[in-house]
Design a protein around this ligand. Structure first.
Ligand SMILES: [Zn+2]
Length: 133
């Protein structure tokens, strides 16, 4: 699988997640989180946002299980789950959910970020079912 090349705007986010820190952009004016990194806050338009350590927890907002690889690059991955996660901080992001039983996935399922599950791209955050505390 290929991962797109980071833009100047997203370099700091990728740099931080490579250190396994799950961060989200946060506006210095309204203090609301958003995702993906943007040149200005999507809530208030303020130009200064900074990365803040996030919990890494959230819930499945939507998902789809892929059984047929969209290209030969994904043939070794199927079946896999593509999810939209609503983070506890608010922003939604698309990722993968790593589970062995695809039928266990459901809307509202608690999940947490994990690292190293995509062997070719260990710095890409994916999600796993939340550990019970
Ligand atoms: Zn703002």
């Amino acid at each position: 699988m290929t991962v797109s090349t980071p833009l100047d705007l997203t370099h700091s986010w990728w740099d931080q997640v490579q250190g396994k820190g799950f961060v989200l952009p946060c506006c210095e004016a309204c203090e609301r989180f958003h995702f993906y990194p943007q040149p200005a806050c999507p809530h208030c338009g303020h130009a200064h946002c900074h990365a803040v350590q996030a919990s890494g927890h959230g819930e499945v907002y939507s998902f789809s299980v892929v059984y047929r690889a969209p290209s030969p690059a994904f043939a070794g991955d199927v079946p896999y789950a593509v999810v939209v996660v609503r983070t506890d901080e608010g922003p939604h992001l698309m990722s993968r959910l790593s589970v062995t039983d695809m039928t266990s996935i459901h809307i509202g399922m608690r999940v947490q970020v994990a690292w190293g599950l995509m062997s070719a791209h260990p710095h890409v955050p994916v999600f796993v079912p939340e550990e019970t505390r």
